[in-house]
Design a protein around this ligand. Structure first.
Ligand SMILES: [Mg+2]
Length: 192
């Protein structure tokens, strides 16, 4: 499967600095259209999100999962089926003992992406990632996919870092522009 790995906060929903209430979910303008476009063009959609609010004791894992179900439900009602949804609840400095560990899944580490790749049979060479932070790009890029940094969320800041040159293939204003670029780039590469 060809997939697009999606960061959540600052990429397709507005970054609220630790979203812990489902009422605070607000889509970035154009995000629904972007996800639809990607699906229509044959991409699997995989969400990979760091949720350190769980390790910080700001919400429980169960509370997070309720928000996830609610979010996936809204997307489904808009005709968008998400193929995989992965989250990292950990943070080494966290206050909840169970989650205060050095893990292999917190981005920029590669754990969530490798799990998705193996569980969903994703061909990384034909895949892409969209995110608003370099943390979303580094592992995916090393695993062979192309990356798009968006200027929504923390993206405007991330852009100034020199690592952008190494790990970012394209910078776009938002996820809709990113989706259009990915589709065009993919057509160009595979002449389908
Ligand atoms: Mg983000």
């Amino acid at each position: 499967m060809r997939a697009v790995f999606l960061d959540r906060d600052g990429t397709f929903i507005i970054d609220k600095d630790y979203l812990v209430r489902k009422e605070d979910i607000e889509f970035i303008p154009g995000a629904i259209d972007a996800l639809k476009l990607l699906k229509e063009n044959g991409f699997g959609l995989v969400i990979c999100t760091n949720q350190s609010a769980i390790a910080r004791g700001m919400m429980t894992e169960e509370e997070y999962l309720k928000i996830q179900v609610y979010l996936l439900d809204i997307l489904k009602k808009n005709g968008i089926e998400i193929d995989g949804c992965y989250y990292c609840p950990h943070l080494k400095e966290g206050s909840v003992e169970k989650y205060a560990i050095v893990c292999e899944c917190r981005k920029p580490k590669s754990g969530m992406f490798e799990r998705a790749r193996d569980e969903l049979g994703i061909n990384m060479r034909e895949s892409y990632a969209i995110g608003d932070s370099l943390r979303d790009m580094i592992a995916v890029s090393r695993l062979g996919a192309k990356t798009v940094l968006v200027r929504t969320g923390k993206g405007a800041k991330a852009e100034q870092v020199e690592l952008v040159e190494r790990f970012v293939d394209k910078i776009c204003d938002d996820i809709l522009e990113a989706a259009k670029w990915i589709i065009a780039d993919c057509r160009h590469r595979y002449k389908k």
